[in-house]
Structures are given as structure tokens and as C-alpha cells.
Ligand binder design. Structure first.
Ligand code: PAF
Length: 278
């Protein structure tokens, strides 16, 4: 496994691997967990070379405190990546990715106006800025993203169309802890008590899935919010049942779309997201 810090080194390293090798790319912000490793596993089965980037992208944080306390531990990330089939790690410094201020504003229409986009202004524009720079640097054939960040995935697919990238975006399943909590780098910021209580989020979503024949969309929405808020430690920011294509809320179960329940919950100051397909 090679670790490179600059785009130049990355290009040298990839061109040294030979021609016509397919490149699978897993972009991350580090603080790696089994969810990330599962992306690397999938990528390694589908490509000749796997590149993982580790870069905490400042432009996607709308809250400076969130950026400051985002967990960073490159050494343990590298140790974890050595246990899977990762060929190249690209871990640039901020100046390497943003030698100049990036003023690009992307227009994702309604996709960025709802839920994560509404509650985290500028977040998806920052994601689009860095992902486009990373795609330019890595030039992957396929790129792998977890379905936990369901709205991010829709934004990335739109970005690929807007900028005409020749890359397949591969959605990958959510990986969960033993009690159902979706794996996330933010989980390590939780206290033990908060961590245990956070399992109520996915447990409520799973119970909700069994109730779709008994409750309307509105009733189920209220049921989920109430069920999670029952815990003194959890505070639902939003829960919505949406169309998986356009991400707009659905009003009844008969609409001919795949429906996904998306939730964001504060546990102390930590914001957790999850979703479930109904
Ligand atoms: O999902 C993430 O970890 C980040 O948003 C990404 C895609 C690596 C961009 O910084």
C-alpha cells in the first residue's frame, strides 16, 4: 500500500501501475470504520487498483465547531487500510486541494433544498467541490459511496452529469453495529450512554417498516419522530418519507416510487443520520 500526499505523486504512482488498469475509488474523510472497509472490499472485487482518499474537507462544514472536533487519526486509518485490499492512499493537505479559494457554486435544484441541504447550508456545494477535485486527481472508473449518506449519493450522481465525469457511481449498503446503529465516524464522538441510546434510531426505523400497512405516511412519520424523541438524549431534526429518485416527500403509500425514510437526530451535540427503504 502506497501513501501519497500530492496530486503529482498520485499520478506518478497510478501511471507506474501499468496501462488499462481499472481504478476503483473510495473517497473518505478518515476516522475509518467497517463501513469504509466494506466499500474498499467491494471496490477491490470490481477493479484492478483501489485508491482511498483521506481528506477532511473544510468547505463542506457549515459549522466550524463540527470541523474542529471531526475525529482525525491518520495512523490508525492507515493501519486499518492495510488489513484490506487498498493499493493507494491519497491524503493531501488543505493547500494541495485548495491552492486557491474555490468559488464554484453548483446548482443541484431541489436536491439541495431539502433535508441535509436545508439544515446544512453550503454543505453539498462543498461536497461537490471536493469530489470533483478528487475525481480530477484520481480519474476513477468507478467510485463507491455508502447509502447512509443517501442525499449525498443523489448529489454526486447529479454532479457527474453536470461535469460530464466518465465514472460509475456505485451505491453501497449501510453497515450497522450489532444493535443496528448505522456506522459513522461521528459515533466515536458519543459517550457510552449516548452511543447505547442512539441504537433507538435504527430500531425505530426497522419497527416502522413493519407498520406501513397499518399507518398512513403522515401517521408513520409522527410515530417515528415520537418514538425517537421518547429518549431524553435524542432530538429528531427531521424525519421524512421520500421518493428515492427526486428526494421529495411522498404523501401516500400508493405512489409508484421506492420510498425511503430519512432521519437526522441530535444526540447531545452530535448529529447522526440514517435511512431505511420502505
Ligand atoms: O462522505 C464523506 O465522507 C464525504 O462527504 C466525502 C464524499 C469524502 C467528501 O468529502
Amino acid at each position: 500500500m502506497e501513501v501519497v500526499k500530492t496530486k503529482f505523486e498520485l499520478q506518478q504512482c497510478l501511471s507506474g501501475k501499468g496501462k488499462n488498469m481499472s481504478v476503483g475509488f473510495v473517497p473518505t474523510m478518515g476516522a475509518l470504520h467497517k463501513g469504509h472497509l466494506s466499500l474498499v472490499d467491494i471496490a477491490s472485487k470490481e477493479n484492478d487498483i483501489v485508491v482511498v482518499s483521506i481528506f477532511v474537507n473544510p468547505t463542506q462544514f457549515n459549522d466550524k465547531n463540527d470541523l474542529d472536533r471531526y475525529p482525525k487519526d491518520l495512523n490508525s486509518d492507515l493501519a486499518l487500510l492495510k488489513t484490506v485490499n487498498c493499493d493507494v492512499v491519497f491524503s493531501p493537505e488543505v493547500d494541495e486541494m485548495y491552492p486557491d479559494k474555490d468559488d464554484r457554486i453548483f446548482n443541484f435544484g431541489q436536491l439541495e433544498k431539502v433535508r441535509e441541504g436545508k439544515h446544512r447550508p453550503g454543505h453539498f456545494n462543498g461536497v461537490a467541490q471536493i469530489v470533483s477535485k478528487l475525481f480530477d486527481a484520481v480519474k476513477p472508473d468507478k467510485a463507491y459511496f455508502g447509502l447512509k449518506d443517501f442525499q449525498q449519493l443523489a448529489i454526486i450522481k447529479a454532479l457527474v452529469k453536470i461535469l460530464n465525469f466518465d465514472v460509475d457511481i456505485v451505491p453501497c449498503p449501510i453497515i450497522r453495529e450489532y444493535d443496528g446503529l448505522a456506522m459513522s465516524s461521528r459515533n466515536r464522538q458519543l459517550t457510552i450512554e449516548q452511543r447505547n441510546e442512539s441504537a433507538l434510531i435504527s430500531q425505530t426505523l426497522i419497527k416502522a417498516r413493519n407498520l406501513i400497512h397499518h399507518k398512513s405516511v403522515k401517521e408513520l412519520t409522527e410515530w417515528v419522530i415520537k418514538g425517537i424523541n421518547k429518549s431524553d438524549m435524542l432530538d429528531v431534526e427531521y424525519f421524512e418519507i421520500v421518493d428515492d429518485e427526486n428526494l421529495l416527500p411522498v404523501n401516500n403509500w400508493d405512489e409508484p416510487t421506492v420510498k425511503v425514510g430519512c432521519v437526522a437526530v441530535y444526540c447531545g451535540g452530535i448529529r447522526l443520520i440514517d435511512n431505511i427503504v420502505f
